[in-house]
Design a protein around this ligand. Structure first.
Ligand code: C5P
Length: 236
């Protein structure tokens, strides 16, 4: 579908250019099948079935061999693709740059990992409500609940780290298009490795809002995560 002026609503950039090297195996984790569909098809379905989401920009590896066969659901919303880069942050920046012109510089855009297929609409509702009211934007996250240990070189425990006020950053993350592009470009120019969008914004002196989200909005990293999603999808 070709995006026209009507497609200037809320867009989501979906980085899917990772090779899933931590996951092992040939097929990148976003293309593993669960309940007859790929992980990325589940992810896009969750995003595009939300009434506020207008379209998705999926960022693919230059040599992606699986996207065409990934069995997308037929939703009446545009799904565009572009080519990503070596690191996740490079892929996100490429996706933001490739968004249609109808997405204004000050419009909010979402970024959501292709490998995070279990997003609940209620979480996205809260992120949008609170994030759009924030001058900078917001991210879904969850407080750290386990006790944190700092390891020494020998694998022994050096000390226990305080977990108060520590959060685990999830996606989606919600920022204004131009501010996000500027922050990601600044980090790239400085050679700083950015592991999420909020980190790039923080480097600019900005303070995105933490919005508590569900623990089951997990990223598929290991085969055990895939089994967990398999289980979650049978319970829906
Ligand atoms: O590797 P990691 O689990 O952090 O990847 C998170 C998301 O970012 C995945 O959906 C992955 O496909 C994507 N990614 C990307 N470009 C990269 C590396 C990861 O789009 N160079």
């Amino acid at each position: 579908m070709t995006p026209g002026p009507a497609h200037g609503g809320l867009w989501v950039v979906v980085p899917a250019a990772g090779r899933g090297t931590r996951f092992g195996g040939e097929r990148p984790k976003q293309y593993c099948e669960v309940a007859g569909r790929t992980v990325i098809a589940h992810t896009l379905d969750r995003l595009l079935s939300h009434p506020s989401v207008a379209g998705a920009m999926v960022v693919l590896a230059a040599d992606d061999a699986y996207w065409r066969d990934s069995a997308l659901v037929d939703l009446e919303k545009p799904v565009l693709t572009c080519t990503g880069g070596a690191e996740r942050a490079d892929s996100v920046l490429a996706g933001v740059d490739a968004l249609p012109d109808a997405v204004r510089a000050d419009a909010f855009v979402l970024v959501h990992d292709a490998a995070r297929p279990n997003l609940a609409h209620a979480d996205l509702d809260r992120l949008l409500d609170l994030g759009r009211a924030d001058p900078v934007g917001a991210i879904l996250a969850a407080p750290v609940r386990d006790t944190l240990k700092r390891a020494g070189d020998d694998g022994g425990i050096d000390r226990t780290e305080p977990r108060e006020r520590l959060w685990r950053a999830f996606t989606p993350q919600l920022f204004r298009r131009m501010q996000l592009a500027r922050a990601l470009r600044a980090a790239a120019d400085a050679g700083v490795a950015i592991t999420d969008e909020a980190m790039a914004m923080e480097r600019q002196g900005l303070r995105p809002l933490l919005v508590e989200g569900r623990e089951d909005n997990f990223k598929i990293t290991t085969p055990a995560d895939l089994a967990r999603f398999e289980y979650e999808s049978t319970r829906r």
